[in-house]
Design a protein around this ligand. Sequence first.
Ligand code: TXA
Ligand code: MG
Length: 351
Amino acid sequence: MNTEIKMVDPDRIDQEIIDHAGDILKKGGLVAFPTETVYGLGGDALNPDASRKIYAAKGRPSDNPLIVHIADMDHLYPIVTDVPEQAKRLAEAYWPGPLTMIFPKTDKVPLETSGGLPTVAVRMPVHPVAAALIRAEGGYIAAPSANTSGRPSPTVARHVIEDLSGRIDMIIDSGPVNIGLESTIVDFTEDIPVILRPGYINKEMLEEVLGEVKIDPGILDANANKGIRPKAPGMRYRHYAPRCDLAVVEGSREAVVATINGLTEAAHAEGKKVGVIATDETRSLYVADDIRDIGSRSDDEEIARHLFEVLRDFDTDGVEVAFSESFETPRMGMAIMNRLLKAAGHHIIRC
Ligand code: TXA
Ligand code: MG
């Protein structure tokens, strides 16, 4: 399949390109597009064939449900049976934005889209190109992250091209995304709302609106949900993983640098190429081959924005062993560590 690639400037949207992409979606085709979190792989959420095509293009297990993207609040009600008061308040505070909510679904949403579940995940993105495309499509776009299943999510169109070129109809390139980690997912199907996936909208921001909020224990601990079926099926799969052997090193700054340099020398003795995920503050202290500065510790939004790109760069550069500093930062630390620990298969070295 020939994949059309079109640039759309988010500040001056070319409506002709958006309408063309909308037509492809209406006919059951697939279009990758930017959102504020990561690039998404879009298909008509109400068309079971389109959802099947999404799973096939990504190589994703079909029991891992898709998020339905809407652009207008009126479009929420036909696809869910109930919108709790708390969800309305959260939508008022953070929609459009990087927030996904889980509701019981109506029959309008095919089981192919919901991965066989009686619930549906809904998000209203704030990215102007995403919003324009959803409206051009007619209202409902199912979109997982536009990566091959298991790889880091795409934060620039180049990543989408690497993974999906030749497998989908069109890619809309609007430059790098803003946030770099996928949306926060909140489940409203239990008495107290539960964070199933941490993101830019953090626990404190949710609590400001909702009061008590629970955190799914599997978010940072690989063993917490052993034997329990995870609420977000996608959270159980190995994810975000670079091809190299990645470990996260935790401890004081000095201890982390010394430990990573010691491990680097040991890997060098075996003839291996070594990568390190460092910060502005530490980059000059390492002896590895491929030292990636992910940003400053004083700006964890920058760290979040660069994480997936750095993981992909290790693959491109043929890094065989990689070590990362740990990022228990106040604002986005939980979201960053959730993705990083998954990428490392929860391999943590404490020093
Ligand atoms: O930021 C985002 O949310 C991006 C952009 C493209 O919008 N999308 C995204 O989709 O991250 P995806 O498919 O890569 O991740 C969706 C996650 C998966 O972990 C999935 O299991 C969970 O949402 N999910 C979807 N529907 C669900 C449901 N009904 N109940 C529980 N979890 C659900
Ligand atoms: Mg994904």
